[in-house]
Design a protein around this ligand. Structure first.
Ligand SMILES: Cc1ncc(COP(=O)(O)O)c(C=O)c1O
Length: 466
């Protein structure tokens, strides 16, 4: 007990309470909606990431780079529904395309729009010789590896630590440095054909491919986004391409994150490496539901009922594959991405994003709070540590202080990331003023709340536990 009987409060507790009190004051309708939602939606939201403490913000609408919550507060949105909204909310050309296509009905079999969307994809991504549309990124990667297994007649795939490929059980291993399945309910048999390797370690890949003849494909996310946004070195990707060709193993780029985001032609255009198969989702339809697996005609032929004799027949289906709004939105989005590519939009956004990363680094430096920022194109991730940067080390950095930092930014009108995710995305809708306001909000949070003491307390707790 302190003087006068008041209980002594640790500075980190006072900081946490101040952030939470301001959050509760700002978002009472979200608090009420959360209490109501828990009685119907499991966990009160539609996905694990969307739930954060003390309760999630519920949003009412979005426009360009901003969203408005159910209390009427406006936020600069840098989460963009976990990436799809690369053109921002309700991009006029996307809205118009969906509106114009609506007389077709929401779903018809074999729509002309599917042909038009596939032709747009061929014009946008050089390796997209043939295309199959699907509903989600998860389905696209599942189909890609099924095709690869059929084509090569081999059972196993190589997946890298720190690479996320959707929620199918075969991919829910090695999301961090350990081989443990991610979450409960993942049967060992479901990932028995998933072989894990460290990313960037070319000799390890060479050894595995040299010693086994049962590997169908190497699957990778060129940004290594889920593992901390560590990206890929072009020479490494080139070497992986050469090696896989030599061994008759297919190379699958999962461009669900990097597709249309790093360049209109995706990470494969940036690195100059052509995979056999590629998966797209998220930005493909600018927020509407659509995904795709694309690739070499000779491989994609496994999905063609008129395939030459002897070609393996791969089953692939999906009730919503022909969805009108997804296909219409994708056509408009891909036209827009190509125009942005032509008029320097991608370079501009990359420059704005670098300046934002630098502004965040400078703000943390000025407040003597350790912070490392990874940035690739219009994507950022933060790590509140001064440890030397590496995937394995940073996977162990505690995230409680960072979550409170993101919550404090919500108090200042910036949804930089959901506190549970650490995914920051910038869009073509963000203005120079937005970027300045984000940096201003970061400085305000670091001035108003003692984030430094949160970081120190968390690090010393972790040190004690070791
Ligand atoms: C690289 C990557 N692949 C696949 C997926 C799965 O996509 P979806 O959530 O559409 O199933 C994701 C989702 O975040 C992803 O980041």
């Amino acid at each position: 007990m302190g003087p006068g009987g008041a209980r002594h409060r640790a500075p980190e507790d006072l900081t946490r309470e101040a952030i939470l009190a301001d959050y509760r004051r700002k978002t009472p309708r979200s608090a009420a909606l959360y209490a109501r939602a828990r009685a119907s939606l499991s966990g009160g939201t539609t996905g694990n990431l969307r739930h954060f403490s003390p309760y999630p913000v519920y949003f009412a609408e979005g426009e360009a780079s901003t969203m408005v919550d159910v209390d009427g507060n406006r936020y600069i949105d840098c989460f963009l529904c976990n990436g799809p909204l690369l053109l921002g909310h309700r991009h006029p050309e996307v809205v118009e395309a969906i509106h114009d296509a609506s007389p077709i009905g929401s779903l018809i079999v074999n729509p002309q729009l599917a042909v038009e969307a596939a032709e747009q994809l061929q014009q946008t991504v050089a390796s997209a010789e043939r295309i199959r549309f699907l509903n989600s990124g998860t389905e696209a990667v599942m189909s890609a590896v099924r095709v690869a297994r059929a084509y090569t007649r081999r059972p196993n795939i190589i997946k890298f630590h720190g690479h996320y490929h959707g929620q199918d059980d075969q991919f829910l291993v090695g999301l961090g440095p350990s081989a443990e399945p991610f979450g409960a309910g993942v049967a060992p048999a479901s990932h028995a054909n998933t072989l894990l390797l460290p990313y960037g370690d070319f000799p390890a890949l060479e050894t595995m491919l040299g010693s086994r003849t049962d590997i169908a494909a190497v699957v990778l996310d060129p940004a290594m986004h889920s593992g901390g946004l560590w990206g890929s070195a072009t020479p490494y990707l080139q070497a992986v391409r050469e090696l896989t060709l030599k061994r008759g193993v297919l190379l699958v780029f999962d461009e669900v994150i990097t597709g249309f985001r790093l360049a209109s032609g995706g990470a494969q255009a940036v690195h100059g490496v052509t995979p056999d198969l590629t998966t797209f989702a998220k930005a493909l339809a600018a927020g509407e539901k659509l995904a795709a697996v694309v690739g070499r005609e000779s491989v994609m032929r496994c999905l063609d009922p008129e395939r030459p004799e002897g070609t393996p027949a791969v089953f692939q289906s999906g009730t919503g594959n022909d969805g009108t709004s997804g296909l219409a939105a994708a056509c408009a989005a891909m036209r827009t991405y190509r125009n942005l590519h032509k008029n320097g939009g991608y370079d501009r956004l990359a420059r704005q994003s670098s300046r934002l990363a630098e502004g965040i680094r400078a703000a943390f430096r000025a407040h003597a709070v350790p912070c490392h920022v990874n940035q690739i194109g219009p994507m950022l991730q933060l790590f509140l540590t001064d440890a030397p940067a590496s995937f394995a080390r940073y996977a162990a950095v505690p995230t409680g202080a960072l979550a409170l930092f993101y919550l404090a930014l919500i108090n200042e009108g910036v949804l930089l990331s959901l506190p549970t995710s650490n995914h920051i995305y910038l869009s073509f809708a963000h203005t120079d003023a937005d970027f300045e306001n984000i940096i201003r909000a970061v400085n305000t949070v670091l001035t108003k709340y003692d984030i430094r003491c949160l970081v120190h307390a968390e690090n010393s707790r972790q040190g004690e536990m070791r």
